[in-house]
Design a protein around this ligand. Structure first.
Ligand code: ZN
Length: 138
């Protein structure tokens, strides 16, 4: 069995953002040379997410509005922020939106359902963060 590891780096200008990272993951799978297997993609920070959904800008705003309603930003709203941090909301948003995705690789391509794309969800941006891509198979 072969394996291939790559790290993607992001540094969003905004505190909250959603980026389509499907092209970068496709490139990693191409580089891996793996035709049949699995591809894991996970955020390596506890205030950022990786998830699969539709590449539709209205939906992305809906996601950001939804997590803001569930876990609104606010320095005084969270016990976590009593440590001196201000990102208590971002930890909760990350957990709601998920840490990782696993996609089947078939004939060298990600075997997506209709409209599926991979997104990086940032909830405490403006600093450098990593995403792990691990491809295993033959
Ligand atoms: Zn924190």
């Amino acid at each position: 069995m072969k394996s291939y590891t790559e790290y993607l780096f992001f540094n969003t200008e905004k505190r909250y953002d959603i980026l389509n990272i499907t092209p970068q993951v496709e490139k990693a799978i191409d580089k891996s040379g793996i035709k049949e297997g699995l591809c894991l993609v996970n955020a390596m920070h506890i205030t950022a997410s990786v998830f699969i959904n539709d590449d539709e800008s209205g939906l992305h705003k809906d996601f950001l509005d939804w997590v803001e309603r569930l876990a609104p930003f606010g320095k005084d709203k969270y016990r976590h922020n009593m440590t001196g941090e201000d990102n208590g909301d971002a930890h909760l948003k990350r957990t709601i939106m998920g840490r990782e995705v696993v996609v089947a690789v078939t004939k060298g391509k990600m075997d997506f359902g209709p409209w599926e794309q991979i997104f990086y969800g940032e909830f405490d941006g403006r600093r450098k963060k990593r995403v792990l891509v691990k491809v295993i198979g033959e």
